[in-house]
Design a protein around this ligand. Structure first.
Ligand code: PNS
Length: 165
């Protein structure tokens, strides 16, 4: 069985993440999306909410499973029996951090390789933090995140979209 994990914060999941999920799921038998539960950070959505959202938006992809984890990604991958960690690369600005993380992970566990997928062009500008800022000011996030996330974002910020006011 070829198994990969795709670890991340997914706070919230964007169309960019979904694109990486769909494309990497085609490369393996099973893809486990790992939602990082980091007690040192205060996310907008709890780990449980992020898992629920991801389950909802990936329900049409049969070989994808969602789990939350805490601690090291490489340990999570080992526990899942994965041979690969998947990460998306949007631009050169991601590269330094991602290379450092992949190399650190490789020192921690040389049996697990990191695979990078370059983000599809139409999603290259997207980030969860930009989406949150946009939603906080009532901007239109419907081109950035799936409908399930749009609704949750606006209810979290207590806003309607600017063009609906
Ligand atoms: O979506 P993000 O926030 O870019 O994801 C970053 C993530 C969760 C992949 C990274 O922070 C991570 O792997 N955290 C767990 C701790 C760890 O394994 N760090 C890398 C080795 S120092």
């Amino acid at each position: 069985m070829r198994i990969a994990v795709y670890p991340g914060s997914f706070d919230p999941v964007t169309f960019g993440h979904l694109d990486v999920i769909r494309r990497s799921a085609r490369l393996v038998d099973e893809l486990v999306v790992g939602v990082l539960h980091n007690s040192a950070k205060t996310p907008l959505f709890s780990a449980e909410e992020r898992v629920n959202i991801l389950e909802e938006v990936t329900k049409d992809i049969p070989n994808v499973r969602i789990e939350s984890f805490s601690g090291l990604s490489v340990e999570f991958a080992r526990k899942c029996g994965a041979q690969f960690i998947v990460r998306g690369l949007r631009a050169i600005t991601d590269f330094d951090y991602e290379l450092q993380m992949a190399q650190t992970n490789s020192v921690l566990n040389p049996d697990i390789d990191t695979i990078f997928l370059t983000t599809s062009l139409q999603y290259a500008y997207l980030s969860s933090s930009t989406v949150k800022e946009l939603a906080a000011y009532g901007g239109d996030v419907s081109k950035s995140v799936p409908p399930a996330v749009v609704d949750r974002l606006y209810s979290r910020f207590g806003k309607a979209m600017n063009n609906e006011k």
